[in-house]
Design a protein around this ligand. Sequence first.
Ligand code: ARG
Length: 472
Amino acid sequence: MKTWGGRFEGGPDPTAADFGRSIETDVELAFDDILGSMAHVRALGRAGVLTDAEVEALLAGLEAVRADIESGSLRWDPALEDVHMNVESALEARVGPAARKLHTGRSRNDQVSTDLRLWLRRTIDDLDGALVGLERALVDLARRNVDAVMPAHTHTQPAQPVLLAHHLLAHVEMLERDRSRLADARRRANVSPLGSGAVAGSGFPLDREAVAAELGFAGVTRNSIDASGDRDFVAEALAGFAIAMVHLSRLAEELVWWSHPRLGFVRLADAFSTGSSMLPNKRNPDPAELVRARAARVVGDLAGFLAVLKGLPLGYQRDLQEDKRPLFESARELRRSLEVLAGIIASLTVDEARLQAAAAEGHVTATAVAETLVELGVAFRSAHHVVGRLVRTAEVDGLSLEVLSDDAVTAALRESDDESVRALAGDPTTAARLRAAASIEGALARCNVIGGTAPSRVADELAAASRRLGLA
Ligand code: ARG
C-alpha cells in the first residue's frame, strides 16, 4: 500500500484487505474522479504547488487515463483498494513520478465526497428525463382515452365517477413532485467539498471557489469537519428515490389489479406480459410485479443507509464507504422501473366499455344526488340520509339510482324526519331531478373546481401537462 503504508510493518492481512476493498462498486465513479482530479490539479497550479509543466503533464495524463477507461483497456487492480488509488496508479504508469504530486492538499475523504456529488448530479439529471418519459406516456394514454370514465375508489370500494384522464393525471402529479424533490436534493448536493482535506481543511492555499466553479458546483461547503463526513446528500437522494419507487409501486399495483380479467379495465401488451411454465392459459403482469418488489429494495436501501449514519461521530468514518452500493442500486432500479413502466403504459390497451360499466356499479353518483337535494334547500346531513335510503332501495331492487320510480323516491322523502325534505315529496318534479343528478355525466360535471374531475377542468389540466411535457 504505497499510498498509506509508510507507518506499517508488512502488508495488510488478505482477508482484511479484501473486506475493505470497494473497487467493484466505486468503479462507477471513475469519470467523476478524473474530473475532480483535473480541477484539483489546476488549483494546485494556481496555488503555486505545481509548475505549469506539471499541471500540463498531469492533465494530459488524466485525460489519457480517461480514454483508457472509456476504451476498456484499463485493468482495475483489486489490490489497489478503490477507484481513487486505481486512477492515481494508472496516472503514475502514464506520466511517472509527477503523479505522486496529485494528492497534495487533498484527502480521499473530500475526494470521494466530490466524486459522489458529481455522480449524483448527472444521475439525477438522467432520472429527471426518465421521469418525464413516464409522464409523457401517462399523458399520452389520457389523451387517447379522453372521454373514458371510471369509478374512483376509496377504501378500495367504488366511490365516485371520474375521468380516466383525471386518474392518470394523478400519477403525473406524483411524478412531478418526484422531479421537484430530486431537483431539491440536487441543489443541496451541488456544492464542492474539495479543499476540506481529511477533516481540518487543506494545508495549501487552494482557491476552493474557483475549483467549485470549474466543476459546475453552485458554491463550496463551509465547514471541513462537516463536509468530510457529511452524507446528507446521499440520504436525501435515497429518500427521493424511495418515494419515487413507492409511487411507481402504486401505479404497478393498479396495473396488476386493473388487468385482472374479472375487471378487464386494461390489457398489457404481449411484450410486457409473461406466460407460465406450467399453465398455458396464463398472462402475467410480471414487470409490474417486479416494480413493486424493487420498490421494497429501494426502501430498504434508504432505511439501511440511515442506520449506517445514525451512530457516526463527526468526521469521515469508513462506514461511509457503504453509501455507494445502496445509492447506485437505488438509482439503477428507479431508472429501470421508470423505463419498463413507460413501456407498459405506452403499449397499454384500455377497455373503455368495461370502465364505463364499472362506473355504473356501486351507486357512485349518490353524492351528486345528495348535493342536488342541498340545492333544493335541504341540509346536507338530511340529504345524505335520504340518499342513503334511496341507495338501499336501489340495492334491494337491483336498480341504479338513475331509474328509481317516482314512488320509491317519494317514499324515501316522506320517511325523512326533516320537514324540508318531506316538503319536496309533494313536488312532482323532484324525482325526475334526482334521477337526472344520478347520471355519470351529471356527477362528473358537478366536480367543477380546480383539481376536480369535471371534464372541462380535466381538459385544462391535460392541456397544461401536454404543454409542460412538450407534447404537441
Ligand atoms: N473508498 C473510500 C470511501 O468510499 C474512500 C475514502 C477512504 N478514506 C479513508 N480515510 N480511508 O469512503
